[in-house]
Design a protein around this ligand. Structure first.
Ligand code: MN
Length: 734
């Protein structure tokens, strides 16, 4: 026992020395002291703990600290925090202890890490998604918290064999769902690949093994190919006096599998299994110049595919990635991607954040992480959407490739691929977004839903009379724009509800009922609504009409009958069914995808969605679309493993769905009638003008107005208003 403890302690001491040796950052004496104290504290705190594998627990924090020090290259504070990351969670130490020993910097990071690890113990799906949001909120405290958390997850994944199988799958799926996208966004590409591969190993072990073996088998062939590539360019490169290395870089197992599945091809048919990397020595001044020199040499010998040139040097990705990518027709007439990077760029690609900060000193270059974090914070704080939706939207923005477009002033803006003109407007400013009337791309008017491409010039046309509509949610893809529109729509809803409340008070008064909490509660039950906001909103819109109110008052006034009914309601399942049907009538149809198509579908038996539930569609192989609730126990694994088979689904509420109508106006032409007409329309809330045209001949004018409204009541109101405009004679519906 004593002997084995001695061996263990020796091993621990060895690990510690190695930790200092491999640190990417140069450590000062003070740094080393800090790390030493953290190390001693952690060893002492975890002295009685062992991991599932049987080894002393301290090996885990040391390994995490090594990843942080070497692979990610963070500073001494982070290394100390990594050593201490499980101390508060698992041992008798608390924050005050750590603060006294290490000061607020280290203690704060450990506190953030402890918060996250408490969160991830919850198992419910949407809770987990909600936790993800909370996790992201800790990002702004100190980005080092999330980076150390990623390192912690990486080491847990590397040592997961000791875990029970069901836990392995859960952890792997969570890693794929949350941590790999985060690592990608922060620019930790190597770690992202490793996380994905390890997750894949535990979710689909057989497939993982088979692809891994295939890669090993083709390794020799790959080396041979890279050799013949270098032989062709080496003289020209040497002639220019360049110092460089040529390396092959295999695609990850996970991404090869994704290619095989999405394109339905065998391993041998995946043609871009590896890329060639040319890493060259350069000074700050000539590095861009040399990149293009190498480009020119490579393309002298191999024909480039002009559509596959990516210049991430002139405009780096927002996570800081820089490189020149080209695809050329290489030896044996095979297309191969060539990545040209200076050593500095290569370090950034491998270490991301830390390398950036190392090079950033003395140089004013924004790597975008900070502004990304600011935007993220804004989205998180204004967020009102369903947690699963939020994570989905957010993941899109984590993974999405970027496009670069120009403002009218020639300023360059980066947006996620797939962003629309309306996304652009909200990216500039919320004030611009909410007043967007139209957009010009390269000088031409385009619909707001038009997807933007890199290099385009975008100009937003605003108008004071514009209000966001629910349709806008389908026009945008960025989570920032979505959450802004949602909160604007909510404000609008509240305004309408305020008016609705007043008009309800008046209408009830006529029916000799006072509007108070009790009557409101009765009405909610009677109309089967969830909140007073919903009730007042519907009154404001006019979806609940006077005769329905009258029916309610009869019901309400006969207290005896009411009491009786309540009892029936409790006892009689038929009544429940009726109430259910009421909801069904409100949400009459399920629609799918962005185009809101109706598709053949069935409800999945695992969660039994009912109309009104937040749902999504899962495209099955033989059985059409299966509809699941968003908080279905299977949702997380479906969404994380089969993201490409998920389709948006929505119950349509016919009473608040918009439809468009065209009105024909005629009357006597007078000065300013057009502006009077449009003003009268914009005074009415929840009416939007789609198109308007006026003709006038011999003092008579004819106008066509196409509007979007929520229901007929509003349309009738509009007609009434228009008839009051001075000069208008007739208003007809087309
Ligand atoms: Mn840990």
């Amino acid at each position: 026992m004593i002997v084995s403890e001695k061996i263990e302690n020796k091993e621990i001491a060895k690990q510690y020395k190695e930790l200092l040796r491999i640190s990417y950052q140069t450590l000062s004496e003070d740094n080393k002291k800090l790390i030493r104290t953290a190390f001693d504290t952690a060893v002492h705190a975890h002295r009685n703990q062992r991991r599932k594998s049987g080894e002393p627990y301290i090996h885990h924090p040391i390994s995490v600290a090594k990843i942080v020090a070497q692979e990610i290259g963070l500073d001494a504070t982070s290394i100390a925090a990594a050593l201490l990351h499980d101390v508060v969670e698992d041992t008798e130490y608390n924050f005050e202890d750590l603060e006294k020993l290490f000061g607020p910097g280290v203690a704060k990071i450990v506190e953030g890490l402890t918060k996250i690890s408490k969160l991830s113990k919850e198992s419910n799906v949407s809770l987990q998604a909600e936790n993800f949001r909370k996790l992201l909120l800790t990002l702004n405290d100190d980005i080092r918290v999330i980076i150390i958390k990623i390192a912690d997850r990486l080491h847990n994944m590397q040592t997961m064999d000791a875990m029970p199988e069901d836990k392995q799958e859960k952890i792997a799926s969570e890693t794929l769902y949350i941590y790999a996208p985060l690592a990608h966004r922060i620019g930790l590409y190597n770690i992202k690949n490793e996380l994905e591969d390890l997750s894949f190993k535990y979710t689909e072990p057989n497939r993982y093994e088979s692809i891994k073996n295939n890669i090993e088998d083709s390794k020799e062939e790959q080396d041979q190919y890279i050799k013949s590539f270098s032989e062709i360019v080496q003289f020209a490169l040497a002639e220019e006096g360049l110092e460089y290395q040529i390396k092959g870089r295999s695609k990850s197992i996970f991404s090869i599998n994704r290619k095989m599945t999405t394109q339905n091809i065998p391993f041998q048919k995946v043609f871009d299994k590896f890329a060639i990397r040319i890493i060259y020595n350069a000074t700050h001044r000539n590095e861009k110049f040399l990149a293009w020199k190498i480009y020119s040499i490579v393309t002298d010998h191999f024909t480039p595919n002009p559509t596959r040139l990516r210049d991430w040097i002139t405009s780096p990705k927002s996570n800081g990635y820089e490189a020149l990518h080209i695809t050329v027709m290489g030896p044996e007439n095979k297309w191969v991607e060539v990545q040209i990077r200076s050593e500095r760029m290569n370090e950034i690609a491998e270490k991301g954040y830390a390398a950036h900060h190392k090079y950033k000193q003395g140089e004013q270059k924004d790597i975008g992480i900070d502004s990304w974090l600011d935007k993220l914070q804004e989205v998180l704080e204004s967020n009102t959407e369903n947690p699963v939706d939020f994570v989905e939207n957010f993941k899109l923005s984590l993974y999405s490739k970027e496009i670069f477009v120009f403002t009218p002033d020639g300023e360059i803006k980066s947006l996620p691929k797939g962003s629309t003109a309306l996304d652009f407007a909200f990216n500039i400013h919320t004030e611009v977004g909410m007043k967007t009337r139209g957009a010009r791309v390269n000088g031409k008017l385009v619909p707001l839903s038009r997807t933007l491409k890199s290099g385009e010039h975008v100009e937003i046309i605003t108008s004071e009379s514009i209000k966001p509509t629910a349709n806008w949610l389908d026009f945008v893809q960025t989570s920032r724009a979505k959450s802004k529109i949602r909160s604007l729509l909510n404000e609008e809803k509240k305004k309408i509800a305020e008016d609705g409340r007043e008009s309800l008070r008046r209408k009830l008064k006529q029916l000799k009922i006072t509007l108070n909490d009790k009557t409101t509660a009765h009405m909610l039950r009677y109309f089967n609504l969830n909140s007073s906001l919903d009730l007042f909103y519907r009154i404001g819109l006019g979806t609940i009409e006077n005769k329905q109110l009258k029916a309610f008052s009869n019901d309400f006034n006969s207290t005896f009958l009411n009491f009786f009914k309540k009892r029936i309601r409790k006892q009689n399942p038929v009544y429940k069914k009726e109430a259910q049907e009421k909801i069904t009538q409100r949400f009459d149809t399920l629609v799918f995808g962005k185009q809101k198509e109706s598709l053949k579908h069935g409800l999945a038996p695992c969660c039994n969605a009912i109309p009104g539930d937040p749902v999504f569609g899962f495209i099955t192989i033989n059985d059409g679309v299966k509809v699941h609730k968003k908080d279905c126990p299977n949702a997380l694994s479906l969404q994380s493993n089969f993201a490409y088979r998920i389709i948006n689904a929505k119950w349509v509420d016919s009473s608040s769905e918009e439809f468009s109508a065209t009105l024909k106006l005629s009357g006597i032409d007078n000065m300013g009638i057009v502006s009077e007409v449009t003003q009268s329309i914009s005074k009415l809330m929840s009416v939007n003008i789609n198109k308007i045209s006026f003709d006038s001949e011999d003092g008579i004018f004819n106008g066509l107005i196409s509007v979007s409204v929520k229901n007929k009541t509003i349309l009738n109101k509009l007609v009434k208003h228009l008839k009051k405009v001075n000069g208008v004679d007739k208003v007809l519906r087309e």
